[in-house]
Design a protein around this ligand. Structure first.
Ligand code: PRX
Length: 621
């Protein structure tokens, strides 16, 4: 592993000095990329919420910290000042304590996007408890897996969550998840939809009932620099989801600074990151990044197209938003409704546009720039991952010359590089290769919770001494990076990572399925969709019914986000003599690029390919 240069060491320690610590560190960084035992700021003690809240009170007590825009445009929006958010977090923290939550305990959040969600997460951090947020789009079974893995003691949820015209019955889903188990001692229910729900005596409590009269004072509990802050699950190329563990100090140091570097936030700006707190973007740039900098952050409960495709633009004008940070899939979805809609909004307050989660195609970039940014707002195309904690490669708004499709240059302190298939670092500037990071940075995840070996295997064994991102990239003469997509079996659907293995495992649970293979399907809005090839047990069944049931099975096991877009029932799958499915061939079939299928001489059953191509043609027609 490459050690930090003295400039890098100075950079990170000077940066760290800008935060509030209970005790400063003895060692800046230790460990290596072989054992993946990186530690930052050892010896230090701190509390991230003191940095997000308390330190702003003197100057910004009356400043809006959080603006909440409800799903229904007719419902009034609301806000919390830094002073109010501080008190709300303290009160929630005391409630957690009164339910037996202590430092190091894990609390799971399964909620819709309302202020209590953010308050609860910060309340955990306030007392040194560990939050693990599960996106409300995951099924009860997925939730169960994450609860078992993280050993959470408590769940915080809503009765139901509004998203567009849908109402997700979160509490019912929690009940289903916990049925027949005593996994969780306390379920705390925040009222949102006021729908009828069942409450289990001695386990389920209404937040509104418990919070009454709770003390508003709660000193931030000092934690060690390397104590866990949160666990966030994400999909990998194999097996079950991975719980990436982030620690207190390092995460804070890079996330706070990257927010400023990338977005160039100024004191009275209004920052809107559209990501749900269920994802890393919602952790780092809806919640912690803005608050660490005393910024005003906007939280929106709904979806871009509810009640119609003007909603985003209306929100921007209503709240005088200066920064919009969203995903290419949302941009493409809105682009479909035509230029007239955004063109009829001036959006004069907008200064910076951001993109995250997947490569942004040039057309969407240009549309975003012209019709939303009115050709006067720089677009920051930010590349990073759940594992990296914060943004790694991105323009700095107004300072870096942008180029459509390019995440451009690494942020200060970050050292990316490209490696070839043989594991050699590519020294030529103009090149394509596998994107790795050469030196440690503070907000790198420290482990996969409960499985450090898998952590090493996944990120540090392909290229010993480097952190391997799983992404491919190109580098141009100006040093700019362009991300070209995943090089592993992970599919990026609407900016959300879905592991093909996980979906296949779910499909295979259907009793009439023998085997399946899932590959990415180019999709005009989602970037990629899921295309499943399925071998059925008997061919006597009606394929339409079977497909419906397969989708339902995936919905139940993982959740709606992993439902295949297209299913092709096949007789066999192209396999090598060692029994491995040749996915490259499947991808070419799905992309209708059959001329370039390449060498199939190692296949056991090459004749299957032509059959699959013909069957697909019939399906397409
Ligand atoms: O493939 C890259 C893609 O999203 C992956 C990380 O997904 P996740 O951990 O869910 O985090 C998403 C939000 C940070 C990456 O490995 N990705 C993310 N941002 C970009 C991107 N691909 C291209 N350009 C980006 N700006």
């Amino acid at each position: 592993m490459n050690k930090l240069t003295s400039e890098q060491s100075t950079y990170w320690s000077e940066l760290a000095n800008t935060y509030v610590w209970k005790k400063k560190w003895d060692t800046l960084v230790s460990g290596d990329f072989y054992k993946a035992d990186i530690k930052w700021f050892e010896g230090a003690e701190l509390n991230i919420t003191e940095n997000c809240l308390d330190r702003h009170l003197e100057k910004r007590r009356q400043k809006k910290a959080l603006i909440f825009e409800p799903n229904d445009p007719k419902e009034p929006s609301s806000f919390l000042t830094y002073g109010e958010l501080h008190l709300s977090v303290c009160r929630f923290a005391n409630l957690l304590k009164s339910r037996g939550i202590n430092k190091g305990d894990v609390v799971c959040f399964y909620m819709g996007m309302t202020p209590e969600f953010m308050i609860g997460v910060l309340a955990c951090a306030r007392i040194g408890a560990v939050h693990t947020v599960v996106f409300g789009g995951f099924s009860p079974l997925s939730l169960r897996g994450r609860l078992e893995d993280s050993k959470a003691k408590m769940i915080v949820t809503h009765d139901g969550a509004y998203r567009g015209d849908k109402n997700t019955p979160l509490k019912d889903m929690v009940d289903e998840c916990l049925e027949g188990t005593d996994l969780i001692k306390t379920v705390l229910v925040v009222k949102r939809t006021n729908q009828e729900i069942k409450m289990k005596e001695g386990r389920d409590y209404y937040y509104e009932a418990l919070i009454k009269g709770v003390d508003l004072h709660c000193a931030p509990v000092p934690v060690k620099a390397e104590d866990p802050l949160f666990i966030l699950y994400t999909s990998g190329s194999t097996g079950k989801p991975k719980g990436l563990l982030h620690t207190a100090a390092g995460y804070m140091v890079h996330v706070g600074k990257s927010f400023m570097d990338v977005f160039q936030y100024k004191e009275n700006d209004i920052f809107w990151c559209t990501a749900d707190i269920g994802w890393i973007t919602g952790h780092s740039y809806t919640t912690y990044g803005p608050l660490l900098n005393g910024a005003t952050t906007v939280m929106y409960e709904g979806i871009p197209t509810y009640p119609n495709a003007s909603r985003f633009w209306e929100i921007i004008e209503k709240h005088k938003i200066t920064h919009l940070y969203t995903a290419p899939t949302a941009i493409r979805a809105l682009e479909k409704f035509g230029n007239e809609i955004p063109d009829s909004f001036q959006m004069t307050t907008l200064k910076v546009l951001g993109s995250v989660g997947e490569p942004i195609n040039e057309e969407a970039w240009q549309w975003y720039s012209k019709h939303v940014g009115k050709d006067r707002c720089p677009i920051v195309d930010t590349w990073w991952q759940t594992e990296t904690g914060g943004i790694m490669i991105s323009p700095q708004a107004g300072l870096t010359k942008t180029k459509p499709g390019y995440a451009t240059l690494p942020l200060p302190g970050i050292v990316p590089c490209l490696l070839d298939e043989k594991g050699k670092e590519i020294t030529d500037m103009v090149a394509g290769g596998n994107l790795c990071i050469k030196t440690p940075w503070p907000s790198l995840a420290r482990t996969i919770y409960g499985d450090h070996e898998r952590f090493i295997q996944t990120y540090f064994s392909t290229y010993p001494g480097y952190y391997f991102t799983g992404d491919g990239a190109r580098r141009e003469a100006d040093g700019y990076y362009r991300l070209t997509g995943r090089v592993d079996d992970v599919i990026n659907v609407s900016g959300h990572r879905i592991g093909t293995a996980e979906v296949e495992e779910a499909i295979n649970q259907h009793p009439d399925v023998v085997e399946s293979a899932v590959v990415g399907l180019p999709h005009p809005v989602k970037g990629q969709g899921l295309y499943a090839f399925v071998i059925a047990r008997t061919n006597t069944r009606n394929n339409n019914d079977l497909e419906k049931e397969i989708r339902e099975t995936v919905n139940k096991i993982i959740g709606p986000i992993a439902k295949p877009d297209l299913i092709q029932i096949v007789e066999g799958l192209p396999k090598t003599r060692s029994g491995k499915i040749m996915r490259r061939v499947l991808r070419k079939i799905v992309e209708n690029d059959v001329e370039n299928i390449g060498d199939t001489s190692t296949l056991l059953n090459p004749e299957i390919i032509e059959k699959m191509i013909q069957e697909k043609k019939t399906l397409d027609s």
